[in-house]
Design a protein around this ligand. Structure first.
Ligand code: ZN
Length: 213
């Protein structure tokens, strides 16, 4: 299992490295990485994604599932989006999940959504990735999380412009856990208890996806 917590703690102070163009798939290029968003109170997305990924990873490891992270700490720069995809590909991961949170300026906008590469560029971006995305969507819904009120359809948002998804040769999905600018969701994301709830649901989805049908 490869876990990819979005962004990184030192991205904001290293614009030259972060803005460097890298391959993004479909013949496009994109900046190496971005700084991510934050709550109105300043709790940053990179810190949220790193903590949730660590919690998911700890639970999976305890269950005997091998976990590889795309970044080892929350104080580094990058890695670039193409390198993140490479981590999953090189590991021949059974599944790859990128963890993010959104920053919509409409404060009432809320809920999570899951993205996958569409149209698919290889076999693994087809049914394996859409199944992974749907398993995440269903498990989070069952855990009481609301699907996005402002993006995608019923919690699913197929995308052609996300480098990490385009460049992956493994089953891959990206979850935007919610809107950090929405007061209710910001509150949930800012507390360890709230992050544990996200982590528990994501862990459960991964277990369901990896268990033989
Ligand atoms: Zn993000």
């Amino acid at each position: 299992m490869v876990l990819d917590p979005g962004h990184n703690g030192a991205n904001a102070t290293h614009p030259a490295e972060i803005n460097k163009q890298v391959p993004a798939g479909r013949g496009e290029t994109k900046p190496c990485n971005t700084t991510g968003t934050s709550t109105n109170a300043g709790y940053p997305e990179h810190e949220f994604t790193f903590d949730v990924a660590q919690r998911v990873g700890a639970e999976l490891t305890a269950k005997g599932i091998k976990v590889i992270y795309t970044r080892p700490d929350d104080t580094g720069i990058g890695p670039c989006v193409d390198k993140r995809a490479e981590t999953g590909n090189k590991a021949n991961a059974d599944a790859v999940i990128s963890i993010h949170a959104d920053g919509s300026n409409a404060p009432n906008a809320h809920g999570f959504h899951v993205s996958y590469s569409s149209p698919p560029l290889n076999e693994e971006q087809g049914p394996p990735s859409t199944n992974l995305a749907k398993t995440l969507r269903d498990t989070l819904t069952n855990a009481g999380f609301e699907t996005s009120t402002y993006l995608g359809k019923q919690g699913l948002a197929p995308r052609a412009d996300l480098a990490g998804l385009n460049l992956s040769t493994r089953p891959t999905a990206l979850i935007e856990c919610g809107n950090m600018r929405n007061p209710t969701e910001a509150k949930k994301m800012t507390t360890p208890e709230g992050r544990q709830k996200y982590a528990k649901a994501i862990t459960q989805a991964i277990e369901t996806y990896l268990s033989p049908q």
